[in-house]
Design a protein around this ligand. Structure first.
Ligand code: SF4
Length: 363
């Protein structure tokens, strides 16, 4: 989807004017509007959010307001799609900037996954392969998974989803994030060398031999998060050198060696709760998106909180939800012109909903 440039009047506004106009539009829309803000959004957006959370929590929050007509999702495209699938047709889901995608989600498309499935079917019994997609994926991939007996997973329930998939068959195809798939498998006791094959969508049979596919329980898609792959063993060593008391806390989208060298790893909500529940004076070096880390540091002033990556690592696509875009879509709503409505076609939504419902049942 293409995002047209903002009308020029919005580019000329000061941050204070944008803030005031967002508040005025929000007041005018009242209970017809719910604004959702992902943890990776900048503070100027979070200030206006009715709910903040990770993608999984926000989808559930959207359903708390059946009276709402508009969900403005300050996050990225796949999140707005999931919200549309999981909310009633009476609600319209709006993404303030259509250019806010996810580079990881873009690493697996429908054509590539169908091709992968066909190639796997030629060398193995695909009725014994269960597909699992991370929630960070396009709606048509969630639909593919739903149609083929699989599930969506989140970073919270990924190990349980992997176990669920293996209980249903002999192998699993996990996309698009190789790291979350690998980390989940290792958490369950599998060997990354022996039990896992990496699928490169640009190579025949993903760059594998039929024997490697036959021997592997996990087929891991060669995708990654551009933010979380920045974290390294060197950064962990530096953080420990600088502060021997430090706790290293990372997201499971980080590479395996980083997760293994950390003290704790878990989803965005896990990271937040771990720090909030910690003792005053405790020290944390966190391997995740910088807006979240900076906000935690402000909200927990009695603790020492830094980002593992001293070069700072914002999610570039989340950052595209500039307050001016939020102001624009809200004022258009007040004027009765919903812009940037995300609508998943029903034939896609049907199986995607099935896969998302399975996700909600797996904990
Ligand atoms: S942080 Fe990574 S996975 Fe999350 S939206 Fe940004 S690119 Fe995608």
């Amino acid at each position: 989807m293409y995002q047209a440039p903002l009308p020029v009047e919005y580019a000329a506004l000061t941050p204070e004017e944008v803030d005031l106009r967002i508040r005025a539009a929000k007041a005018a829309l009242g209970s017809a509007l719910v604004i959702l803000g992902h943890h990776y959004q900048r503070d100027e957006i979070i200030a206006h959010a009715d709910y903040r959370g990770d993608s999984y929590k926000l989808c559930k929050d959207a359903n708390r307001h059946p009276e709402a007509k508009f969900i403005v999702f300050c996050g990225v495209h796949f999140m707005a799609e999931s919200a549309d699938i999981l909310t009633p047709d009476s609600m319209q889901v709006i993404l303030p900037n259509l250019a806010a995608g996810c580079s990881m989600a873009d690493m697996a498309n429908h054509f590539q996954v169908k091709s992968c499935w066909k190639q796997l079917s030629a060398v193995t019994d695909s009725s014994k392969v269960t597909p699992v997609t991370y929630i960070n994926s396009a709606a048509n991939l969630k639909s593919f998974v739903g149609e083929h007996g699989g599930t969506v997973c989140t970073s919270t329930n990924a190990p349980a989803a992997v176990q669920w998939a293996l209980d249903r068959g002999e192998k699993m195809l996990f996309f698009p994030d190789q790291h979350l798939g690998r980390n989940s498998g290792v958490k369950l006791g599998f060997n990354p060398e022996k039990d896992m094959a990496l699928w490169d969508p640009f190579k025949p049979l993903g760059g594998n031999t039929p024997e490697k596919i036959a021997a592997s329980k996990f087929i891991l898609w060669k995708g990654h998060c551009s933010v979380h792959k920045r974290f390294t063993l060197e950064q962990i060593a530096t953080a420990r050198r600088n502060d021997p008391e430090v706790n290293i806390l990372v997201h499971p989208e980080c590479p395996l060696e980083v997760v293994q060298a950390s003290d704790f790893n878990g989803s965005t909500e896990f990271i937040i709760n771990k720090v909030r529940d910690s003792a005053p004076g405790s020290s944390w070096a966190i391997g995740t998106e910088i807006n979240l880390v900076s906000r935690l540091a402000k909200e927990e002033p009695t603790k020492r909180i830094t980002c593992l990556d001293s070069q700072i690592c914002p999610c570039a696509t989340m950052y595209r939800i500039h307050p001016s875009f939020l102001c624009w879509v809200l004022e258009e709503l007040v004027a009765g012109r919903p812009m940037n409505v995300i609508k998943v076609p029903e034939e896609t939504a049907q199986f995607a909903r099935l896969a998302l419902d399975r996700m909600l049942q797996i904990s």
